[in-house]
Design a protein around this ligand. Structure first.
Ligand SMILES: [Zn+2]
Length: 221
């Protein structure tokens, strides 16, 4: 058990990672890679039909574009392999009200997958809930005081960082450990994980989120 003291009761908890039941079975990424390549155009078509893509679609596109390109952030997460995990994470997302502090909560059973040829392992967790009242969706100024790294609530930057934080809990590093250790309901450890994401990804997130959404998706104005 981590015995580090809580820094402050006001620190923001990015996510609760509650792993209650394990039924992990190995699976191959190869088939999923084929599936993902088939889903790419479908995603584009869906976005083209929407005049005002919702913020989750936008966050997905921002993070997907980062992971598909060679950059520091992508290297940390495993590059295009991580984009495949993102594709499987987002359809599990629901949005619920959970008070102001949480951004995202993952809970329930999870499945493990490992691609031997790529030496890439990850897990998928049943339930991924984004807080309607938290900084992912809300831009309420009162939320800013407890957000790490000087980010602002309700921005493309914070949404991309939030998705990358969750991906960090789902993807194994070369040492076999999760890129970001579980932080449960520990605000201090959650913020340490967010700060790690910012160290690896801030420049790339800022670059991606400075593009217009049309440019990021390849759509015409
Ligand atoms: Zn976390």
């Amino acid at each position: 058990m981590d015995t580090k003291p809580h820094r402050s009761g006001t620190r923001l908890s990015l996510c609760f990672l509650l792993l209650l039941i394990v039924f992990g079975e190995t699976a191959s990424l190869a088939a999923q890679a084929n599936d993902a390549s088939e889903r790419g155009p479908v995603r584009q078509q869906t976005l083209r039909r929407s005049e005002k893509p919702d913020v989750l679609q936008q966050a997905y596109t921002d993070v997907y574009s980062i992971l598909q390109r060679p950059n520091r952030c992508s290297a940390f997460f495993g590059g295009p392999n991580a984009a495949l995990v993102l594709q499987q994470l987002v359809p599990r997302v629901s949005s619920v009200s959970m008070g102001n502090e949480l951004w995202v909560r993952m809970s329930g059973s999870y499945a493990l997958a490992y691609d031997v040829s790529r030496k890439f392992g990850y897990r998928l967790i049943d339930k991924v809930e984004i807080n309607l009242d938290g900084a992912f969706y809300s831009s309420a100024p009162k939320l800013n005081a407890s957000i790490p790294g000087g980010m602002h609530a309700g921005t493309r930057e914070i949404r991309a960082v939030a998705l990358l934080h969750e991906l960090g809990h789902l993807i194994q590093g070369p040492d076999g450990k999760w890129l970001l250790p579980d932080d449960g309901d520990n605000f201090y450890r959650s913020n340490i994980n967010t700060e790690r994401v910012l160290r690896e990804c801030r420049a790339d997130v800022r670059s991606a989120t400075s593009l217009s959404f049309d440019a990021a998706t390849g759509q015409s104005p």
